[in-house]
Design a protein around this ligand. Structure first.
Ligand code: SF4
Ligand code: MSK
Length: 647
């Protein structure tokens, strides 16, 4: 039964497919994340970091006249502690993902996974170089084994520095050392963050927030960066690929399999299994014309970037996809998977299969993948989906999808700008210096039902490119951009004159899809490379670049924000308010205190237009400090222009 019917579906999303699907949810009295978000009001104390439940003397809610918890902890300590714990959870999620990829590489190098090999030996050699591993005279498997060993050692390392710290600009490394925030080992920093936030431990908000920075850097320049690199080695470094996005990528004639979560291993084998003649024949014998794979969230992004698998939607589309009645099977791995899927799936023929031993979703069927024989699990899943086709009943697939181009890895961006022989970011830097590109914005992260789905991301991206800001996107924000037609070269039409000109000259779209959540580490690599290329200072801090997450929802998003700040970037989050608003002191410290200490900041701004204004201020401030400011007219969207965006 629905918690609350969705009477005006349009209020939830600017994506027309959401409105269409939510009407079906209402008719069938099925609750969704959208309806539940309206019936469950957020707790104003918890959402602002004012509630502490670290010990049994509490929980203590610091509201009204209460300025201290039972133990005497003040608003600053409680808000900061809650924040550190969120960052630690995000770092744990991204880094544990990285660990699993390292374990997969290790197993492949030792011949323990049948039928899988190394996809990118060039990247393997490059990563070995980052790790100080001698490449000469070794075959791919030997090198892969040594790289996997080094990667795995990063998790349990107790002292010293993570090896990838050396990839940050020298100035940044020196600052981290001076401030004592160099991550020593990935697991160690996550554990320390949990320790220092235990009741009665660290009770100084500035010290706590340094702890958040150190823990997040262990992910940004550790677990996440390893996940990206090792996935590139295993599945290929992305290059541009054409695809399409939104629910219209589902097929009414083919068996539909949805891959959802974050990990690419099983998904890539499922994709391969769907083209095996035996599976195709089976599908045809049961009345389908073939087998179609589409994705949700970041398993979608990983598979899109490397194999062109179309994303059916971002995080808020996971239940809507099943409401089409056209999904034979959804296989989920880890992160961002709603338990609400089980209820929606129970109204349809859709099989919900969880594949990770870490993430059983309600009463979903669980196929725990034998890590040494993942192909067997992939085939079993595809077979199960195909056999379920006969159970399909009414199908309602919105006829809506947009073409897109994805696959802009750091490596490809260098080739694209400098050519194969002299791959480099020099043309990017030159165009930033001459003002044709005013700055760069990374629009990343999730979609939240607490905001209107897609509204903030679409508005922010369009207004930024109209102001000659080159945009890179990852995660669900990338899928949102794709769904709304912003990932094609034609999007340059909406760009400001000078950015349009650069895009035409370089043959690039003004909005570049750089991958999944862990692939925010690609953005760190690009920023470090921009600093190293010259002409724009010698650190990430001070670059005319800003990161935004206009519709964030997860702890991982906060962790990404924190490692971006620690790396010297200014970050703006929107959609919902600040998770530390119960302490104006902490809220302000994350802006001015962090700017002073790290050269980066984190601010929470609700409205998309205000986010853009703040972004342009930060970019223009950086240009002025670099003495490359040129008069640039602002194109600030008025109400009519914004209304036009509401597709
Ligand atoms: Fe309350 Fe202090 Fe216990 Fe937190 S740690 S619940 S503020 S007594
Ligand atoms: S899936 S963390 S909702 S981006 Fe990476 Fe999307 Fe955010 Fe999950």
């Amino acid at each position: 039964m629905s918690d609350e019917t969705t009477t005006e579906a349009e209020q939830y999303s600017i994506d027309p497919t959401a409105a269409e699907m939510l009407e079906i949810a209402d008719e069938c009295e099925i609750s969704t994340v959208f309806s539940r978000s309206r019936s469950i009001k957020p707790c104003s104390t918890g959402s602002t970091g004012g509630c502490c439940k670290l010990c049994a003397m509490g929980p203590c809610r610091l509201i009204g006249k209460h300025d201290r918890g039972v133990c005497g902890a003040d608003r600053e300590t409680i808000a900061a502690r809650n924040f550190v714990r969120q960052v630690a959870a995000g770092a744990a999620a991204h880094s544990d993902h990285g660990r699993d990829v390292a374990l997969t590489l290790h197993a492949i190098a030792h011949g323990e996974i049948e039928g899988v090999t190394i996809a990118d030996t060039v990247k393997l050699a490059k990563v070995a170089g980052y790790m100080g591993i001698e490449v000469a005279g070794k075959d791919a498997m030997q090198l892969a084994g040594e790289v996997a060993d080094c990667a795995l050692a990063q998790f349990g390392q107790q002292t010293g520095e993570l090896v990838y710290v050396g990839r940050a600009p020298q100035k940044r490394q020196d600052l981290w050392r001076k401030l004592g925030v160099v991550p020593r080992g990935i697991d160690r920093e996550v554990v320390e963050a949990l320790h220092r936030t235990h009741a009665g431990t660290d009770q100084n908000y500035q010290s706590l927030l340094d702890g958040a920075i150190k823990c997040s850097l262990a992910s940004g320049w550790g677990g996440s960066m390893l996940a990206t690199d090792l996935q590139d080695i295993l599945y290929g470094t992305p290059t541009p690929v054409r695809s399409a996005a939104n629910l219209g990528v589902l097929s009414d004639e083919k068996v539909n399999i949805l891959i959802h979560g974050h990990e690419p291993l099983l998904a890539s084998m499922i994709i391969d299994a769907t083209s095996e003649p035996e599976m195709v024949e089976l599908a045809k014998s049961l009345g389908a014309t073939g087998i179609n794979v589409a994705g949700i969230c970041c398993t979608a992004n990983e598979s899109l970037m490397r194999k062109g698998v179309p994303p059916a939607g971002n995080m808020l589309h996971q239940e809507l996809a099943i409401l089409t009645g056209a999904v034979e099977l959804m296989v989920v791995d880890v992160q961002c998977i709603f338990q609400g899927l089980t209820e929606v799936a129970s109204h349809f023929h859709t099989k919900l299969v969880s594949s990770s031993p870490k993430a059983r979703i309600g009463d979903s069927e669980q196929i725990v993948v034998d890590e040494h024989h993942p192909r067997d699990a992939a085939r079993a899943i595809v077979r199960s989906a195909v056999e379920n086709f006969a159970n399909r009943k009414d199908v309602h697939i919105p006829n809506v999808s947009e073409p897109l181009i994805a696959g802009f890895s750091h490596e490809y961006i260098r080739y694209m700008l400098g050519g194969k022989m002299r791959a480099s970011l020099t043309p990017l830097n030159e165009n930033i210096v001459n003002g044709k590109i005013r700055g760069v914005a990374a629009v990343v992260g999730c979609s939240s039902p607490r905001a209107v789905q897609d509204y903030a991301v679409v508005n922010v991206v369009r207004e930024l490119i109209a102001n000659n800001v080159l945009v890179v996107v990852t995660g669900c924000a990338a899928i949102t951009s794709g769904k709304h037609g912003l990932l094609t070269p034609e999007t340059a039409e909406f760009a400001g004159e000078s950015l349009h000109e650069v895009c035409e000259a370089l043959g690039i779209p003004p909005v570049l899809h750089m991958g999944s959540c862990v692939d925010n580490s690609r953005i760190l690599t690009v920023l470090a490379d921009v600093a190293a290329t010259g002409g724009l200072g010698d650190d990430i801090a001070g670059l005319p670049a800003v990161a935004l997450s206009p519709e964030w929802f997860s702890e991982k998003a906060l962790e990404i924000a924190t490692y971006a700040v620690g790396s010297g970037a200014h970050v703006i989050f929107g959609g919902v308010g600040s998770p530390v608003a119960n302490s104006p002191v902490v809220e302000e410290y994350m802006i001015s205190g962090w700017t002073e200490r790290y050269g980066g900041s984190l601010r929470f701004i609700q409205e998309p237009h205000d986010m853009v204004v703040a972004t342009l201020d930060l970019i223009d401030g950086a240009r002025k400090a670099l003495k490359i400011d040129v008069a640039a007219e602002r194109v600030l969207f008025d109400m009519d222009m914004r209304r036009e965006l509401s597709v």
